[in-house]
Design a binder for this molecule. Structure first.
Ligand code: HEM
Length: 459
């Protein structure tokens, strides 16, 4: 037997234990599991749960091989089946030539020049949120961040004001994300045609959300106006054959961007506030930078190059809590990878979380040290060991959008308020499609007086 016929190192979880996990939700923590596998068995591992096999990759070079060098040999696997019922054939789930065409059509909306014009909306919505905050009050920080990023996506990409429907749209999108998570994580699934009560309610949710999205699309079609936003670009874009997108395709892309474009960024910010509250030294350094550059005024895009520490904080937060903790892929055909055979359609998981928390690639992997991302230190991080936005041709289309948004929000909120965790709460990260807190948590927000005097340097 050659090595290519063997499984990567790993373990089998027997049927009895597997059934206990399914039926009683017995202490199975996918994050701890992914990391444990990588620590114990290495960077390419195999697990079998009952009859389900999972190949986990937590290795920068193999990741590069899958996402870049051999990208055409893999499809999106289980992620596709989790999302398709909700997001249809949008950018996140489509494949092959169809995906290529759509990506080309959508790409101009994410060019840096275009994104620059979104900065004002990002700031304006953040100010609206802060106008409602009262010093000393507590807020559920994850919900605040979700509402904010949702309003920003709606405004910048669709020029739609969802403020009237914001709470409802937020609830509906969350419901859909929960449903997609469930599909992703359910080890046993009833056939899709079976109308369980949960599925009936999910269908209602999709219908309600579709109605909102379709309203936005048809209003725009009717007005024929080029609002210069993503929706206009998608409506007006033609491929080489002069074809335009139909309503169904527009709806799928819009739903995908709503889903992919707000919760991830909200999670990054939520975890940033959580970490900052527990690391006063980092918080103080961030505040000092904000005060010396902004002196209390509202940040603009032009300030970002002068706020390097603010970027390091976001990057380090996404290392410890990657908003997309894993990427799923499956081979189109049996293939060999890392010296092992991986069968056609096998479930593969590139564990970004396990890589980010591995001492193979990061010293003190659990410590919050933004300085790892200083221009000098960042060079020493192995290529493809830090991948919050994925890589290769399917890299996140919204990555610059998200970084800019997170940095502006962090800067504006951080210069006006200090956020402290309300004691007595247990904040537990939960791996779903995204990495979010299992329960909402409260933070006390206290207005701060930015230091407006330039620091005098004594000769
Ligand atoms: C911190 C925030 C974000 C994180 C961590 C994140 C992460 C990711 C990752 C890891 C992927 C690759 C998935 C894969 O290869 O299977 C991805 C894809 C994608 N993301 Fe993001 N994302 C973020 C924000 C956004 C935003 C703001 C948007 C849109 C406004 C967006 C839209 C998309 C889309 C459309 C794709 C699919 C791209 C394609 O396959 O062509 N994301 N994202």
């Amino acid at each position: 037997m050659t090595q290519a016929d063997t499984f990567p190192p790993g373990q089998r979880v027997g049927w009895i234990e597997f059934i206990k996990i399914i039926l009683f939700g017995e202490k199975f923590d996918p994050l701890a599991y992914a990391r444990g596998m990588s620590d114990e068995y290495g960077s390419f591992t195999y697990s079998r749960f009952g009859n389900i096999e999972v190949y986990q990759v937590a290795d920068p070079e193999l990741t590069h091989e899958i996402l870049v060098e051999r990208t055409a040999e893999f499809h999106k696997g289980i992620m596709k089946s989790a999302f398709e019922p909700f997001a249809g054939n949008g950018l996140l789930t489509s494949e092959g030539d169809f995906w290529k065409r759509q990506r080309k059509l959508a790409q101009p909306a994410f060019h840096y020049r275009r994104i620059e014009s979104y900065a004002e909306a990002m700031i304006a919505h953040t100010e609206q949120m802060l106008d409602k905050w009262r010093s000393g009050q507590t807020v559920l920080i994850d919900r605040e961040m979700m509402k904010l990023t949702l309003a920003i996506v709606a405004k910048t990409l669709f020029n739609a004001d969802v403020s009237g429907d914001a709470d409802r749209v937020g609830v509906l999108l969350n419901h859909i994300l929960d449903a997609a998570n469930e599909r992703l994580n359910a080890p046993i699934r009833l056939p899709d045609w079976m109308p369980t009560p949960r599925r009936i309610s999910q269908r209602r949710t999709i219908a309600e959300l579709d109605a909102i999205i379709n309203r936005v699309i048809s209003e725009r079609r009717a007005s024929g106006a080029d609002e210069g936003d993503l929706l206009s670009m998608l409506l007006l874009a033609q491929d080489e054959d002069g074809e335009r997108m139909n309503d169904k395709q527009l709806r799928d892309e819009a739903m995908t961007l709503f889903l992919a474009g707000h919760e991830t960024t909200a999670n990054a910010l939520t975890w940033a506030w959580y970490l900052l509250a527990q690391h006063p030294d980092v918080l103080a350094k961030m505040q000092a930078e904000l005060d010396s550059v902004l002196g209390g005024r509202v940040p603009t895009l032009a300030d970002l190059p002068n706020l390097p520490y603010n970027e390091m904080v976001i990057k380090e937060t996404m290392r410890l809590f990657p908003p997309a903790p894993g990427l799923s892929r499956s081979p189109y055909q049996d293939l060999e990878l890392g010296g092992h055979r991986v069968p056609k359609n096998a479930l593969m998981q590139i564990s970004i979380y396990a890589m980010h928390r591995s001492s193979r690639y990061f010293e003190q992997p659990d410590a919050f040290i933004p300085e790892r991302f200083s221009a000098e230190n960042e060079k020493h991080i192995p290529r493809y060991a830090y991948l919050p936005f994925g890589g290769g041709p399917r890299v996140c289309i919204g990555n610059q959008f998200a970084i800019m948004e997170a940095r502006l929000i962090l800067a504006l909120v951080g210069s006006r308020f200090e956020l402290a965790l309300v004691p007595g709460q247990q904040v537990v990260p939960q791996q779903m499609l995204t990495l979010r807190p299992r329960e909402s948590f409260a933070m006390r927000v206290t207005a701060r007086q930015p230091q407006t005097q330039p620091q005098l340097e004594l000769a």
